[in-house]
Design a protein around this ligand. Structure first.
Ligand SMILES: *Cc1c(COP(=O)(O)O)cnc(C)c1O
Length: 230
């Protein structure tokens, strides 16, 4: 069932207020943190509502689902892939997304670069890092991130914007704090070692956006708090 737009507005206002409060507590300005609307498992109404509210980007975690939804959405939006991507789907991902956040292997990097070359475009990517060392999560290990970045920077049709992580599911907030601090420290080190800004730190979801912003997130990926339970 499609909720009323007014329900979405009230949810989005609440999330925005949380972002503002978290930024103020961390001595940051709210414009540094983008709210990415995660529209997975919801119909075309979800990206439409996000656009109407003034959000510019949406996150989907499956290529197929996004391909079905996109033609139904008239509003211009930036589509970002946030879910795991198999390298045999690199071509169709490059065709349908503005940026892929879930890049975690050299093989996938090479496939995306080749696909972007064929499409005659430059594709934005984030490297997904398993910064919480969670066996249940995809992403390159912290120790292997430098070599993945080195490979990514050598590929001419990819634009490496930064890093992404998903914190382990845990009641103890210190686990999310540690995970986000790990990603931030990694980014600072890589940016200095490789001389590239890696400006985007995609971290924080409905349940952990506050510690993510405290640690330096520049993009929170929010589904449930905006659109309700899936
Ligand atoms: C589903 C999902 C989100 C949004 O999670 P919520 O808890 O619903 O806000 C963020 N990031 C990724 C990678 C996801 O798969």
């Amino acid at each position: 069932m499609t909720p009323e737009y007014s329900t979405f507005v009230s949810n989005a206002d609440t999330v925005r207020a949380e972002i503002t409060t978290a930024c103020e507590a961390a001595g940051r300005v709210p414009t540094e943190v983008e709210l990415l609307a995660v529209t997975k498992n919801h119909g075309a109404w979800a990206p439409e509502y996000a656009a109407r509210y003034g959000l510019t980007g949406v996150g989907e975690n499956r290529v197929q689902e996004a391909m079905e939804k996109k033609p139904l959405v008239a509003a211009p939006l930036r589509w970002e892939l946030i879910g795991h991507l198999q390298s045999n789907k690199a071509r169709v991902a490059a065709e349908n997304f503005d940026r892929v956040q879930s890049v975690d292997s050299v093989k996938l990097l090479r496939r995306l670069d080749a696909a972007a070359a064929e499409l005659n475009r430059k594709l934005g990517v984030l490297l997904q890092v398993n910064a919480g060392d969670d066996p249940a999560k995809f992403g390159v290990d912290l120790a292997d991130a430098p070599s993945l970045l080195e490979a990514a920077l050598a590929l001419p049709h990819l634009q490496v914007d930064g890093l992404m992580t998903i914190a382990p599911l845990a009641d103890d907030v210190s686990i999310a704090q540690r995970t986000f601090a790990n990603l931030r420290e990694l980014r600072d080190r890589l940016a200095s070692d490789f001389g590239t800004p890696l400006a985007t730190l995609s971290m924080g979801m409905s349940g952990d956006l506050i510690p993510a912003i405290a640690a330096g997130s520049t993009q929170v990926r929010i589904g449930t708090a905006l659109f309700g339970r899936r």
